[in-house]
Design a protein around this ligand. Sequence first.
Ligand SMILES: *[C@@H]1O[C@H](CO)[C@@H](O)[C@H](O)[C@H]1NC(C)=O
Ligand SMILES: *[C@@H]1O[C@H](CO)[C@@H](O)[C@H](O)[C@H]1NC(C)=O
Ligand SMILES: *[C@@H]1O[C@H](CO)[C@@H](O)[C@H](O)[C@H]1NC(C)=O
Ligand SMILES: *[C@@H]1O[C@H](CO)[C@@H](O)[C@H](O)[C@H]1NC(C)=O
Length: 392
Amino acid sequence: MESLSATKFPTTYVGRLLVLCLATTLLNPVFGAPICKFPAIFNFGDSNSDTGGIAAAFLAPQAPYGQTFFHKPSGRVSDGRLMIDFIAQNFELPYLSAYLDSLGTNFSHGANFATAGSTIKPPPCGLAGYSPFFLDLQFNQFAEFKNRSQFIKHQGGIFGSLMPNEKYFAKALYTFDIGQNDLGSAIYANKTLQEIDASIPDIVNSFASNVKKIYNLGGRHLRIHNTGPIGCLPYMLIKSLSGQRDEYGCSKPLNELAQNFNRKLKEAIVQLRKDLPLAAITHVDIYSAKYSLISNANKYGFEKPTMACCGHGGEYNYNSNVQCGRVGVVNGTEIFGGSCENPSVRVNWDGIHYTEAANKFLFDQISTGAFSDPPIPLNMACHRHFGNMFHN
Ligand SMILES: *[C@@H]1O[C@H](CO)[C@@H](O)[C@H](O)[C@H]1NC(C)=O
Ligand SMILES: *[C@@H]1O[C@H](CO)[C@@H](O)[C@H](O)[C@H]1NC(C)=O
Ligand SMILES: *[C@@H]1O[C@H](CO)[C@@H](O)[C@H](O)[C@H]1NC(C)=O
Ligand SMILES: *[C@@H]1O[C@H](CO)[C@@H](O)[C@H](O)[C@H]1NC(C)=O
């Protein structure tokens, strides 16, 4: 399989070099091989990586969303950039356009199929706040995009210039961050923890089958984030089901639920590596990266990690009647869900999503490879041979 290096490099040489250096350079970001140059990114997921999909299809988040970096609402549910933005920036690629956005989009270096509120399984009926674009549909949109973009590319002109080259599909990085809403919606639907636990294998199977479909369409470099500590998020901490707290104020039972999901996801990825022999699959333990930030918030220069910056009221500054950027009525008075004074020292933005400061911190943590399996830096993630060293 072709490596995506900046310069051509005989892969046998890379392999030999790695064996020689393995003992000393395991965590060395240099690794002796050229850094990866992905020409495009295709992303699948939920609000953690939506760069404007749900905003284009339904209602756009209002100020103060976007205030920190874009200085206006940007379609992201954060005050600024998301981890996927930092990943694109890292590879010197433009921020991803949302597939659903019909205005001013440029797909020459990738497309984003993620939408806020997306689930892996079909979204629950009768619960507000979830996206109709669950993972199967995101895959369908990708398949449609792959075909039609090439038709348009071949026609040339301005529209053609906004589409990726055909060969980018095999060389692109495919990123996934989805699952939180499958758990979150079940909690909001008042399912018991036992019921939700029992549904996890089915959710993970659906995830894996979509990864296979993307592989069958030529995707080779796959980066899969597991799900974060949902029990540390204000919108969950207000639920009675959240139960016992840990020493950082997070819900123990809900974090155990997320960890159960992550265990099953990890098993599925082990199987995917066997089923998809030409794929380089990186599993990223976002759970541990986020939990480490929350549990060491002060040490890393952050404060109040389980309290929303933007919102209103109570222990968590979160009230579903007065959401960030909206006006709600509390005790007969109209109140606007506004931002805290200094989002740059806060972890949680709006009760569900992370601040730009937290996303940047998390990106810096995960890009070293410290939370990855195989434990190789983001910039080396195209070299399948490195991955095989750890899994053979
Ligand atoms: C689309 O994006 C590419 C990469 O950033 C850029 O070179 C190109 O000029 C853009 N096209 C238009 C029409 O803006
Ligand atoms: C893409 O196009 C090819 C050839 O035209 C066709 O065989 C295939 O079914 C199409 N796939 C999708 C998902 O539309
Ligand atoms: C879940 O329970 C709460 C509290 O009893 C109730 O207000 C809410 O409507 C229930 N949600 C669903 C989807 O049944
Ligand atoms: C509404 O008023 C009650 C009684 O004054 C108070 O205890 C409660 O905190 C208020 N609710 C909010 C969300 O401010």
